[in-house]
Design a protein around this ligand. Structure first.
Ligand SMILES: Nc1ncnc2c1ncn2[C@@H]1O[C@H](COP(=O)(O)OP(=O)(O)O)[C@@H](O)[C@H]1O
Ligand SMILES: CCCC(=O)OP(=O)(O)O
Length: 355
């Protein structure tokens, strides 16, 4: 039996789409959205119709008719915390994606657009391993003050996809391994995967873990409070320093780590320091996750766009190779992971979960 599945992955500046026939990609396109195109929309939520139409135009270009699709799968967003897996899009999920119960992120549009398009052809829509997959051990939730609980917000889709791929290559099942997975992208997340569960991970969106191309990561909290109450900065500026205009953008005015590593190589000292600091902070977080796993680590996996950088991968590896084997999977496996999640449900291998 053959199933055609449309996968939709909305990012901050692009929407990636792909059509799979079972596990084989038969069409793929990255739809880039310029600042001018997105400027008229006050919130990410308001971009829904615009992105849906460009997706439909691209599918039309592919020559594949919408009616041929067996299901549509979108990247899942900032919903209430849930376990990993494939979820059928339902009314409660749509309402939570619309308001963004845990905040705004382009991934909130994935399930909504999938559902809108699927409804027109009376086919099911799903999300797979959304960014709020929460499998944290209870002990990992304690923040240090009872008013705040640590949250699990990370690149669950890619971390789990790449972890499964590594497990397969190691001749083992994902559920029988202890892995540390590092996603090095626009945001950076470092997860401790224990027998198929991500028992601890930094919140990649909100002031936790290493700094990233556009996020601050963990900050000295007392100094942050002084900054916030100094009268010199408004709240919006400070929020953007944590997410959007923080990390590498704040130091070097670019979120492009290729440009930064090239500049560092060509002798720019400031870029070189930031490149070194990124590797240093990531390695430090890997060390923390090794302690979470009591030192029993089968492999450490580096993935995401920045894993294309030999310099950064080398710097991290130098500091962490004493923990275990380091495996590198540059880029991401998100589109295939979405399609595979949908396929597992269509073939009956897995029942869809209910949100
Ligand atoms: N060869 C490279 N060297 C260094 N950085 C790279 C390279 N290729 C891509 N990157 C960086 O990877 C980052 C984007 O990673 P990606 O995983 O695509 O992001 P996201 O998690 O937002 O999808 C960007 O900062 C980009 O410049
Ligand atoms: C929302 C957590 C996952 C994340 O940070 O994704 P991006 O790096 O794609 O923004």
């Amino acid at each position: 039996m053959s199933y055609k599945i449309l996968a939709i992955n909305p990012g901050s500046t692009s929407t990636k789409i792909a059509i799979y026939e079972n596990e084989k990609e038969i069409f793929e396109k990255t739809l880039r959205h310029t600042n001018e195109e997105l400027a008229p929309f006050k919130n990410i939520s308001d971009q829904l119709e615009f992105r849906r139409e460009v997706i439909l135009d691209a599918v039309a270009e592919s020559g594949i008719k919408i009616e041929e699709l067996a299901a549509i799968v979108g990247r899942g967003g900032l919903l209430k915390p849930i376990a990993g897996g494939t979820y059928e899009v339902n009314e409660e999920m749509l309402a939570d994606l619309k308001v963004g119960v845990l905040g705004e992120h382009a991934s909130n549009l994935g399930g909504r657009i999938a559902h809108e398009i699927a409804s027109t052809i009376s086919k099911p829509s799903y999300i797979v391993d959304p960014v709020v997959v929460d499998e944290l051990d209870e002990v990992a939730r304690v923040s240090g003050i009872p008013e705040l609980e640590r949250k699990s917000i990370f690149h669950a889709l890619n971390q789990k996809a790449v972890a499964r791929r590594a497990a397969k290559e190691m001749g083992k099942s994902y559920d029988e391994l202890n892995l540390i997975v590092v996603h090095l992208g626009g945001g950076i997340s470092v997860g401790a995967h224990s027998n198929g569960r991500v028992i601890d991970v930094n919140n990649a969106l909100d002031g936790d873990g290493p700094f990233s191309p556009e996020r601050s990561g963990q900050l000295p909290i007392g100094d942050l409070l002084k900054m916030a109450t100094s009268g010199k900065y408004d709240l919006d500026f400070i929020k953007k320093r944590i997410k959007g205009n923080g990390g590498v953008v704040a130091y070097l005015d670019t979120n492009d780590m290729k440009e930064v590593t090239d500049n560092a190589e060509n002798g720019d000292k400031k870029s070189a320091l930031i490149v070194e600091a990124m590797g240093y902070q990531v390695a430090k977080e890997v060390g923390a996750m090794a302690a979470v796993l009591s030192g029993k680590v089968d492999a450490i996996i580096l993935t995401g766009g920045i894993a294309y950088s030999k310099k950064i991968v080398g710097d991290i590896t130098d500091r962490i190779s004493f923990i275990g084997e380091v495996k590198v999977y540059p880029g991401e496996d998100e589109m295939l992971a979405l399609a595979e999640g949908g396929l597992r449900v269509l073939t009956g291998e897995e029942a869809p979960k209910k949100y």
